[in-house]
Design a protein around this ligand. Structure first.
Ligand SMILES: Cc1ncc(COP(=O)(O)O)c(C=O)c1O
Length: 406
């Protein structure tokens, strides 16, 4: 058995892995055009509207509204659905805070459905258990770009008449069976933050086929400002300014052209790594539904026997950068806005509001599968510049560590 680096052995991988290089002459050309136009504001420009049109066409959907981040894209989706204060939104315990922020800013109550221990995506059976008469939306997160069980979620959506928002911030061009994640529910939301498949530093986009939602989405991203007509300004409802600017859209337009090749490459590499370590003892690759095509924003697997922290330390020492436990705790423990209900001033709004029925303590124990399973996760950041040889090195290192630690 080969000696691990932590025991004084030689590393499985001696040189660093390739970094991402997402931007180049295509982005420079688009940005230069935007600057030369002397207008970087979406209204009157061509880049933001062009991005919305082309993104919608790529997804085969009628409407898209660009914005400043994935967080704003999700807030815009909720603003379109327009829940009442105290209404409940069911979502995932393993996600970024951006999934939750809009729920709280709409004075709604986040309700967490536990995860399937094999995929870390929301468990539809637990979603159903959490539905009440106050449930106004379900936000499904496709974690790491691996599609959640949308068949079961959509059956529930129909049965209870609850709209579904898909958080695709990690899941560009991800297929659940034959359909693109983001087009299966009522509204799909994407992030263009630097680490995402399509990136522009920051940015977001929200898509829908529903004209009523689309009209409200556009207004919601623009302070509720009804810009049609003359006379006094008309701000139709309370809404923030989440408008994307022309510079961001210029970068995103160039990125959109590269999206297919980025996702194709990541998918190839992720599937290769799955095939190389799926028989490794002491670990488990994540479940992918039959006929689905993930996009591997992060590559994740589960350590079954050894402590994942120890496994990750050994793997890092072997020259494979990785993390254990992903976000560390369920999101409601990571967030003081939930854990200690630190929200607006010294109030605990909306949690103690008379319009609220749900009285939830956001503590460990709320999602027991997440508590026991998330610490077993190992995540590795693969990217489109990796080669098959890089992936084989990762697999060799995983096999080496599991041989010793298992
Ligand atoms: C699943 C998920 N949802 C929402 C967000 C929020 O996106 P942004 O950082 O662009 O606001 C992220 C970003 O990391 C994410 O991964």
């Amino acid at each position: 058995m080969e000696k691990l680096v932590i025991d004084g052995g030689k590393p499985a991988r001696a040189k660093p892995f390739p970094a991402r290089t997402p931007y180049g002459k295509e982005e420079i050309k688009e940005v230069t055009e935007a600057i030369n136009s002397q207008n970087l504001f979406r209204w009157g420009g061509t880049k933001v509207s062009g991005l919305e049109r082309k993104f919608a066409a790529k997804y085969g959907i009628k409407h898209a509204v660009a914005s400043t981040s994935g967080t704003s894209a999700i807030h815009i989706a909720l603003g379109a659905i327009n829940p009442n204060p105290g209404d409940e939104v069911i979502t995932a315990p393993i996600t970024d805070m951006g999934t939750i922020t809009g729920i709280l800013f709409q004075n709604c109550i986040p309700v967490f459905a536990d995860v399937d221990p094999d995929s870390f995506n929301m468990d539809p059976a637990d979603i159903e258990k959490k539905i009440t008469k106050r449930t106004k939306a379900i936000i499904v997160v496709h974690l790491f770009g691996n599609p959640a069980d949308m068949g079961a979620v959509m059956r529930m959506s129909k049965k209870y008449g609850i709209p579904v928002i898909e958080d695709c911030c990690q899941a560009y061009m991800t297929y659940y069976k034959s359909r693109l994640a983001g087009t299966i529910g009522d509204i799909g939301c994407f992030s263009m933050q630097q680490s995402k498949h399509l990136c522009a530093g920051d940015g977001g986009i929200t898509i829908t086929d529903n004209k009523k939602y689309a009209d409200r989405m556009l207004l919601f991203a623009d302070k509720g400002w009804n810009r049609t007509g003359f006379g006094p300004r008309a701000y139709l409802f309370l809404a923030p300014n989440y408008r994307m600017n022309e510079l961001t859209a210029a970068v995103a337009l160039a990125q959109l052209k590269k999206l297919d090749s980025v996702v194709r490459k990541r998918r190839q590499l992720g599937i290769l790594l799955n095939s190389l370590i799926k028989k490794t003892s002491g670990i488990k690759t994540l479940k992918i539904f039959e006929g689905c095509r993930p996009s591997f924003w992060l590559y994740g697997f589960k350590v079954l026997d050894a402590p994942a922290e120890k496994f990750a330390s050994a793997l890092n020492a072997e020259g494979v950068p990785c993390g254990s436990g992903y976000i560390g705790k369920p999101i409601f423990v990571c967030s003081e806005a939930l854990h200690s209900k630190t929200t607006y001033g010294n109030s605990h709004c909306p949690f103690d509001c008379p319009k609220t029925d749900a009285r939830i303590e956001y503590k460990e124990g709320l999602c027991p599968v997440t508590d026991t399973e998330q610490p077993k996760l190992i995540t590795i950041g693969i990217n489109e510049n990796f080669t098959k040889a890089d992936i084989r090195d990762i697999a060799a290192a995983v096999n080496k560590v599991s041989d010793v630690l298992d």
